[in-house]
Ligand binder design. Sequence first.
Ligand code: IMP
Length: 181
Amino acid sequence: MSAQAPTHPALSKVLLDEATIKARIQELGVQITRDYAGRRLMIVGVLKGSVIFLADLLRALGPELDVEVDFVAVSSYAGKASTGSVRTLLDLRESPDGKDILVIEDIVDTGLTLTSLTETLLSRKPRSLEVCALLDKPDCRKTPLQPKYVGFKIPNEFVVGFGLDYDERYRQLPCVGVLRT
Ligand code: IMP
């Protein structure tokens, strides 16, 4: 992973450019298609940060895969810091009962958000539950949670772009970059 010149004045550097991200998403799509062949996959996107990643990942899945999409929204962050308490703002519309759930998240930082969310989803008796995150900051983890599918491991820096925000801004940037402080 090599740092590149910023493409937006709010970024101090680009960690992952668009081509690198898209190539890795294609690989994840192939792997997930293979792993879930013959099963009933329920993709659960965590709003809002996962939407860009989810849209690309969905199109990277094989057409033969039996897949449905649903969304949840949880709130745990204010600005750049995790508040530690996770609230459900939007719940699933479809029942996860008996389905193979794959939770799609933009980034795993402390792991508190996903630990809380996966515990809630597991109580509803899916057939299986795994996590796919575009980004992983393993140095920040406060729970044992480890996503099965990870796009990129990144250092402990606050990043924006490709769906990730800082106070709702910069989600539209096509790369992942470090926010200038
Ligand atoms: P966790 O509970 O600390 O793992 O935080 C997960 C959530 O925090 C993610 O879904 C993001 O919404 C947000 N988050 C964590 N790190 C970053 C970051 O570097 N940039 C933007 N959002 C982040």
